[in-house]
Design a protein around this ligand. Structure first.
Ligand SMILES: [Zn+2]
Length: 62
């Protein structure tokens, strides 16, 4: 998906939940590499995730 400026929006992809972090359709560009994410919402979610307490996401692996 592109905006009017032709800038390609790249969302962060969550391999655990198998969806993009901000919850938009999967029919968009996404990456598991935080450095390649351009979506502001996804970037914020990535930042929060990194600061979460260790083990916070382990329980949702299964
Ligand atoms: Zn996003």
């Amino acid at each position: 998906m592109e905006d009017g400026n032709g800038v390609r929006m790249v969302h962060g992809y969550d391999p655990v939940q198998r969806r993009v972090l901000c919850g938009v359709s999967q029919q968009v560009s996404s990456t598991k590499h935080a450095s390649g994410v351009t979506c502001p919402t996804c970037r914020e979610l990535l930042r929060v995730a990194r600061s979460a307490p260790a083990g916070a996401h382990d329980a949702r692996d299964l």
